[in-house]
Design a protein around this ligand. Structure first.
Ligand SMILES: [Fe+2]
Ligand SMILES: [Fe+2]
Ligand SMILES: [Fe+2]
Length: 426
């Protein structure tokens, strides 16, 4: 056994990290999946589910919308009770979850979490999967119907919410599940608990519950890649950016002489460095020109968001800092933390160089991908002004064609990370 196998991460905490990442897509409309997880697990409790099934329902609720990475998709799902294109995010989520063994058990219910009860019965599903899927569908639609009333008049609105939901008993929803919901909703506490400040707390507490599965370094790598795909899907211009930054950073780290464990952790930090970008509006990410001051002020928040998500996962403390520092310069330029030079670790410096290098190689809305010579001359300008670490850039220079190929996705090193997890996207 090597030392790598010692890194152990609680899967529950990673599920919460995935949920928090996907939740950023909703911009100001937050905590949807946390509420669905809460509502579904409360109904499951009324239905007499075992403790294990209850925990499963909670995690399924957190993951159910992992196939949503654009604002447009998010708003259609929130604004329509039965959107005709809802199946798209179900299929994306299904494929993502199916590709990772520890989360595979959630794939089928996620695929059917917008399938009406009367159609579900005709499919060839196990009774358990069908029940789980319909429970999430109901919890999801309860939250969507209640959304306008949080922080204002939820206890006044509950009767009309319940009336609306009841009309779909037997068509969209299983009457047994509706019955359980009706006995649950009588308590005001159920509704009050849905407010943002309570639901965040509740989810946080559930994250401390350490009985779930533990994943190792190689599983963490796979899962990080899945999260990177969710982020990279948001914009065609950043497609594969995270995956390639991870591969390139790992390669530079190994040429720099860092240990195998450091190299693997750097790769993971590279995959995850931009997860906070899910909160940047699509029109800013895809703008074919210079950002205005206002747009820049929004864009510049993304690495803080990355930090905030990762730092809560026990075992990812150092990875969260390396990822969060990817826009920091040695000379104090950059954002958003402005660490002192001595606090910028070699791992963070490598990721910062890999990020810029890959971005310059790739097509962007405002310019095409650059040639190797141009990329190197820009990178050296950053060294000259004291922003990037010269020793890291020297490593690239010695092996520049190889680094260029990795950044383009055309090297042997890319083979593990260029796997098309979402086949219809690429
Ligand atoms: Fe959904
Ligand atoms: Fe949802
Ligand atoms: Fe970034």
């Amino acid at each position: 056994m090597d030392s790598l196998s010692e890194l152990k991460i609680d899967l529950r905490q990673m599920i919460i990290a995935i949920e928090t990442t996907v939740d950023l897509v909703g911009m100001n409309d937050t905590n949807h999946a946390k509420r669905v997880a809460y509502i579904a697990s409360q109904i499951a409790h009324k239905l007499g589910f075992s403790e294990e099934d209850n925990q499963y329902v909670f995690e399924l609720g957190l993951l159910h919308d992992c196939g949503v990475s654009t604002e447009q998709m998010h708003s259609n799902l929130v604004n329509h009770f039965d959107w005709e294109d809802a199946h798209i995010h179900c299929e994306i989520g299904y494929n993502l979850l199916k590709s990772f063994k520890p989360l595979r058990k959630f794939a089928i219910p996620v695929l059917h979490h917008h399938t009406a009860f009367n159609k579900l019965k005709k499919l060839n599903l196990t009774e358990r999967d069908a029940n789980m899927a319909n429970l999430i569908f109901l919890a999801d639609r309860i939250d969507v119907t209640a959304a306008a009333h949080y922080e204002t008049d939820i206890l006044l609105a509950r009767d009309s919410i319940v009336k609306n939901i009841k009309e779909y008993s037997g068509t969209y929803f299983d009457p047994n599940i509706i019955e359980a919901f009706l006995s649950l909703e009588r308590s005001e506490a159920f509704w009050i608990a849905l407010e943002d400040r309570h639901i965040s707390r509740f989810t946080w507490d559930m994250g401390q519950f350490e009985t779930s599965t533990v994943i190792n370094m190689s599983q963490l790598k796979q899962l990080s890649l899945i999260i990177a795909y969710i982020v990279d899907q948001k914009s065609p211009f950043t497609a594969q950016h995270s995956a390639r930054v991870g591969s390139l950073a790992k390669y530079i780290a190994s040429r720099y002489g860092l240990s195998d464990e450091q190299c693997q952790k750097i790769e993971i930090a590279g995959f995850l460095h931009d997860i906070g970008k899910l909160r940047t509006p699509d029109n800013i990410l895809q703008k074919p020109g210079k950002l205005t001051k206002t747009e820049r002020s929004i864009m510049d928040q993304h690495s803080y968001e990355t930090f905030e998500i990762l730092r809560h996962v026990k075992g990812l403390e150092d990875i969260s800092i390396w990822a969060a520092f990817h826009h920091e310069g040695l000379n104090g330029t950059g954002y958003p933390f402005h660490p002192k030079e001595k606090d910028l670790s070699i791992e963070a410096r490598i990721i910062a160089v890999a990020d810029i290098f890959q971005a310059l190689v790739q097509d962007r809305p405002y310019r095409g991908g650059m040639s190797l010579d141009n990329v190197l001359s820009i990178i050296y300008e950053y060294v000259d002004i004291g922003k990037l670490d010269e020793s890291v850039v020297k490593v690239i220079e010695k092996d520049s064609q190889k680094c260029f190929d990795i950044a383009k996705g055309e090297a042997e090193e890319n083979k593990d990370s260029e796997r098309p997890i979402i086949p219809w996207k690429r």
